[in-house]
Design a protein. Structure first.
Length: 267
């Protein structure tokens, strides 16, 4: 049966996947919790309820078997209709949901993580984790806390080291996509302005601000593609992001039971 503690359960699921030769990597708040020691500090800590993964599409059947064997109930209709790109399972006992994105992560912006999944054994690489937060146009408290924790604990660099945020990788993606560049730079500005609300120490604020400034400098200096320049002429006159549809956190999809459990806890 699933563990009650979501962080322990996330680690258990990754271990089970590894035992079966299944590639499954964490993203979302729990991934930040495991990679960022500062996420437990006052001002940055938050609740973790649901669990998010990225897997490989060709292992869809193996992933489904893994969660069924692990005590989870599939979101049957959703998985039948959308299973080529995403799977959802429910832990009914703990009122928890698991999302598994297959190859691609698509919310406000779209990313293909197929070639990034083997760079770490537990989570997506730090740069990709950061992207999944900075791509949120309607940024929330959980994004602020997770991003600040990452900038507090990790350095900006030009590669995917165990404790490095690969700024060149992020800059390359943004140099070909004006919309992604605009959302990320907008959120960097928002987070920089909000630092006193999350980091009380002036030295701590300066430390995080230095990381934001370093990433921003790299984003600006990266040569932009023709596609980027054409889209930049239009600018904000045309919407450059998507807003995902709201979804129930947990739906009990067992036969003869269409109970819906609403939760307000952040992911």
């Amino acid at each position: 049966m699933p563990e009650k503690d979501p962080v322990q359960e996330a680690e258990r699921l990754v271990a089970l996947a590894n035992q079966r030769g299944i590639t499954l990597r964490l993203l979302g708040g729990i991934a930040f919790r495991l990679r960022c020691p500062s996420s437990v500090r006052e001002g940055l800590k938050r609740n973790y309820v649901d669990i998010d993964f990225v897997g490989i599409r060709k292992q869809r059947k193996e992933i489904q078997n893994l969660f069924s064997d692990g005590g989870y109930t599939p979101r049957t209709t959703f998985n039948t209709m959308q299973g080529f790109r995403r799977l959802i399972f429910n832990d009914i006992e703990n009122e928890r949901r698991v999302d598994i994105f297959l190859n691609e992560f698509e919310m406000c912006h779209k990313f293909d993580f197929t070639d990034r999944l083997k760079l770490d054994s537990l989570t997506l690489p730090l740069a990709d984790l950061l992207l999944t937060k900075l791509q949120v146009y309607e940024i929330t408290e959980r994004e602020y806390r997770d991003v600040i924790a990452m900038f507090t604990d990790h350095e900006i660099g030009a590669s995917d080291g165990p404790n490095l945020i690969n700024e060149k990788y992020i800059a390359k993606l943004c140099s070909d996509d004006w919309g992604l560049w605009r959302t990320i730079t907008l959120n960097l500005e928002r987070i920089s302005s909000a630092l006193p609300n999350y980091v009380p120490s002036p030295n701590g604020q300066a430390h995080v601000k230095s990381k934001i400034d370093a990433l921003w400098k790299t984003l600006d200096s990266e040569p932009k593609s023709f596609r980027w320049k054409v889209r930049a002429r239009v600018g904000e006159k045309v919407k450059w992001y998507e807003l995902p549809e709201a979804d129930h956190e947990v739906v009990d999809s067992r036969p003869h039971n269409d109970r819906v459990i609403e939760k307000n806890s952040p992911k």
